[in-house]
Design a protein around this ligand. Structure first.
Ligand code: PXP
Length: 258
């Protein structure tokens, strides 16, 4: 009998198009144009992170992405009152709550869902009640994932950054152990009824491995794709990423070499 493997989506994060724009000031390159191109090349959705310090994406980018895209917009945001108010006004398809510190270069570590307590639970409830699909960006940690389900999140996005860093540093044992934690976390979250996404630091090779984990239904990828687009164009980078993910997905259920 043929096994039906659920598809996996690609969300392209356009933050770093805005980073380049802001390095010079002015309006170019335009992250909305990049988002449209990524969609034409096969992205299923667009992710953008409106940071508290507005270092890349601006409020007007969020508004334009919301108005001009036809694919789902995933609004990455800190769990603050300011960001919740903006999300409630803009009504993106999804909101992914992430930890945020001003001094970090990018999102470091997962959200402390347990430490977020009742305040975080209320924010998840408010966003969910407005019809926004709430995702919590978490490390592959069983207790955090259990709490994410308890407070009513629809989705968890597993933080793949530590795994990618171990691989880049050639720390094979640590990478293997972290990959095991990601696989277990995906299974746990899925069993709890959460939709599973993954992202941070992914490239063609690591996205292929993530796509081979059946419960994972979406990858959100930015930095590598925008960097690669310098060499092969954004369309080329997105197409190659889709091909890598398709190779990974095809491994599910396929006989393994002895
Ligand atoms: N997912 C989340 C929740 C993130 O915070 C980020 C970084 O903004 C990404 C995915 C994309 O990570 P990268 O830019 O390393 O591909």
């Amino acid at each position: 009998m043929t096994r039906i493997v659920p598809p996996i989506r690609l969300g392209v994060n356009v933050d770093h198009v805005a980073t380049i724009r802001n390095a010079r000031g002015g309006d170019l390159p335009d992250p909305v144009r990049a988002a449209q191109l990524a969609c034409a090349a096969g992205a299923d959705g667009i992710t953008a992170h409106l940071r508290e310090d507005r270092r890349h994406i601006r409020d007007s980018d969020m508004r334009r992405l919301r108005e001009e895209l036809t694919v789902p917009l995933n609004f990455e945001m800190a769990a603050t009152d300011e960001m919740v108010a903006i999300a409630l006004e803009q009504r993106p398809h999804a909101a992914c709550l992430v930890p945020e510190r001003r001094e970090e270069r990018t999102t470091e570590g997962g959200l402390d869902v347990i430490g977020g307590g009742i305040d975080l639970a209320h924010k998840v409830e408010k966003l969910g009640a407005a019809g926004i699909r709430v995702s919590l960006f978490v490390a592959p940690d069983a207790e955090q994932i259990a709490r994410a389900a308890d407070i009513g999140a629809a989705v968890i996005e597993l933080h793949t950054g530590a795994w990618c860093e171990f691989l880049a540093a050639g720390e094979a044992h640590e990478a293997e152990a972290e990959l095991g934690r990601l696989v277990a976390a995906a299974a746990q979250g899925s069993a709890l009824g959460l939709e599973i996404h993954a992202g941070h630091g992914l490239d063609f090779a690591t996205a292929e491995v993530m796509a081979a984990i059946e419960p994972i239904r979406e990858l959100n990828i930015g930095h590598f794709l925008i960097g690669e687009s310098i060499f092969v164009g954004l369309e080329g980078a997105v197409r190659q990423m889709r091909a890598a993910m398709a190779r990974g997905r095809a491994r599910i259920g396929a006989p393994q070499a002895a």
